[in-house]
Design a protein around this ligand. Sequence first.
Ligand SMILES: NC(=O)c1ccc[n+]([C@@H]2O[C@H](COP(=O)([O-])OP(=O)(O)OC[C@H]3O[C@@H](n4cnc5c(N)ncnc54)[C@H](OP(=O)(O)O)[C@@H]3O)[C@@H](O)[C@H]2O)c1
Length: 273
Amino acid sequence: MKIVKAVLLFALMALVLLVLGLNAWGYFTLGTLEPDPNARRDGGANRVVMIFGATGRAGGGLVEAAADDPEVERVYVVTRRRIPLLDSLETTGKVEILLHQDYTDYRDLADILPAVNTVLWALGTSSLQVDEATYTRIHVDFPLAFVRAWLAARQEAPMAFHFIAGMGTDGDAAWARDKRFTETETARLAEGNGLRSFSYRSGYIRPADAQSNGLHYMLEALMAPGAMAISSRDLGRAMLEISARTEELPNGTVIDNADSIAYARVYREAMAE
Ligand SMILES: NC(=O)c1ccc[n+]([C@@H]2O[C@H](COP(=O)([O-])OP(=O)(O)OC[C@H]3O[C@@H](n4cnc5c(N)ncnc54)[C@H](OP(=O)(O)O)[C@@H]3O)[C@@H](O)[C@H]2O)c1
């Protein structure tokens, strides 16, 4: 019995140290961008928004943020299946669900793509769930095929592509190299044609409120002191704010979790005025 207690105590101490260490790292290293208090906002920059990965933990709140935004007129959700959260958002009349299966081929969206200003990309999976070739297909081939199809349909600012990469994308693992490649390649494709591409090296993303349970909120609270967590809805708000500030961040900017929190805050302040 004493041994079991000692092991449990040791595990608890290790967990506490891990959380403290992560928060200390986040506190001292994150947050490289400062939102300009006098930035010019283009109220039409997010007129038409398209969202990928909306059925996932990171994606649900992005749809909520876009549906809530008074400057957004239309939200297209491109997905291979429906979920209750999307069904309920569709009843607002602003959100349209487009069922789509092949993420290397976007010919069925050809009529819509010329009108799209902002794309929020939360489509992805864990490297633990698929082999390397499948991971590359999902995180490199899918987004690059989309950006090429979008640019073939439209090359007129304002246009912004927001890609969720994740914390650790600067590492040596195969998954990190894939996501880094997508970051740089989307920025390269965007050069000189009105598109700006942004990559979010987010920490823990808490799912949409309706999909969150006690554990999700606890994780968010534990990681908050070091700016290591953000809600999916706030991440969506940060993306919309960065799109709207058409002259602030250049194509190819990498946005860490503390930066996303800062842009979500100025978004909320602007909306409250
Ligand atoms: N969640 C986080 O805390 C977090 C933090 C940092 C970065 N990220 C990154 O954000 C991305 C999404 O993560 P998540 O946690 O939201 O994952 P998730 O909950 O598993 O959701 C994944 C989303 O991508 C779609 N998807 C996955 N594989 C697909 C495929 N082969 N074809 C079409 N759609 C596919 C899923 O659609 P279905 O529902 O149809 O399967 C779902 O909408 C990943 O790249 C992840 O690394 C997440």
